[in-house]
Design a protein around this ligand. Structure first.
Ligand code: AMP
Length: 310
């Protein structure tokens, strides 16, 4: 049976509170839709951990800059419902709000998804009419994807906070595919005392190793083939570390050569501490190797955790 769809925030909160009054625990899986096995693995985990699961499907305009792919972001709402209907093991509802930045009045005019090409703007940037309150996780948001996407994590942290306040979940699940995002949300929950457990879930991959992503559909067959250089070079780097090669400059060079050799345009290759996300020169403790690269017009990210105790 297809899951119930809740479209507005008041009904969502009411539903959650009714569940809670029945003693049920609530899991939240925030997504932007066009669901694939990576999303579904989070939903399955949530079903195992909690009594009821809310899957939010909302393409958050607040995390896209004007030059990014908001208007071409793929969607297939009815396909998403079919995929969720096929899951067993507990109750799923879908929260699919139209616009979480519309508070009526002037904000309606500016944030109605129209005049700004669907963009949500800051009041400081737009003479007082845009969105005013933003969550910033100051240090963690700066490196990696934050360098080339300066408003991205402020948009993510803000929308996740909104979802937490509307859904009031006990547990929220995030994929380690978006490693920096997961660490930022963990830190935000700690720093702002949200009473929500954050679970990070392993990366779901296609059989050939490509990390699953809604954006993969926009790769041509040839680009998709070339994009395998990301996951392959990450796996090779991990094997090299196991053989004792712990110099990060050399490991990064090896990955860059493979991606560039496959006609990818590297945004960054970084080897960082798993918690602070600060760059390291020599691998001595747990790190994560993170890659962002363009194939054609599609920007892909991937990473691999390396746990060592030397
Ligand atoms: P998105 O719809 O891309 O915003 O992703 C929604 C959630 O699914 C985020 O927590 C992502 O990290 C997670 N996710 C996306 N792709 C994968 C994947 N391949 N494996 C595991 N989690 C994923």
């Amino acid at each position: 049976m297809e899951p119930e769809v809740i479209r507005d925030k008041d009904s969502m909160r009411k539903w959650s509170r009714a569940m809670r009054s029945q003693g049920k625990t609530i899991g939240l899986v925030p997504t932007m839709g066009y669901l694939h096995e990576g999303h579904l693995s989070l939903v399955r985990q949530s079903l195992a951990l909690t009594d009821v699961t809310v899957v939010s499907i909302y393409v958050n305009p607040g995390q896209f800059s004007p030059t990014e792919d908001l208007s071409t972001y793929p969607s297939d709402f009815s396909g998403d419902l079919t995929k969720l209907a096929a899951l067993s093991g507990g109750k799923v509802v879908v929260f699919n709000p139209k616009n979480l930045y519309d508070y009526g009045g002037e904000t309606k005019k500016i944030n109605d998804g129209g005049g700004n090409g669907g963009r949500v703007v800051s009041c400081v940037e737009e003479g007082g009419l845009g969105h005013e309150t933003w969550i910033r996780v100051e240090r963690l948001e700066k490196g990696l994807c934050g360098k080339s996407r300066p408003v991205f994590f402020r948009g993510v942290a803000t929308i996740v906070t909104k979802l937490f306040n509307i859904v009031e979940p006990d547990v929220a699940l995030f994929g380690k595919k978006d490693y920096q995002q997961w660490r930022i949300i963990q830190r935000m929950v700690r720093d702002l005392n949200f009473g929500i457990e954050i679970v990070g879930s392993d990366i779901a991959r296609e059989k050939d190793g490509l990390a699953m992503s809604s954006r993969n559909v926009r790769l041509s067959d040839e680009e998709r083939q070339r994009a395998l250089s990301i996951s392959r070079s990450l796996a090779m780097a991990k094997a090299s570390v196991a053989e004792g090669k712990t110099n990060c400059a050399e490991l990064k060079d090896m990955i860059i050569q493979q991606v560039v050799g496959s006609a990818g345009r590297v945004d960054y290759v970084e080897i960082v501490d798993q918690e602070t996300l600060e760059g390291v020169e020599e691998i001595k403790s747990g790190v994560v190797i993170c890659v962002a690269a363009w194939f054609g017009t599609v920007r892909l990210i991937d990473n691999i955790e390396i746990n060592v105790s030397l």
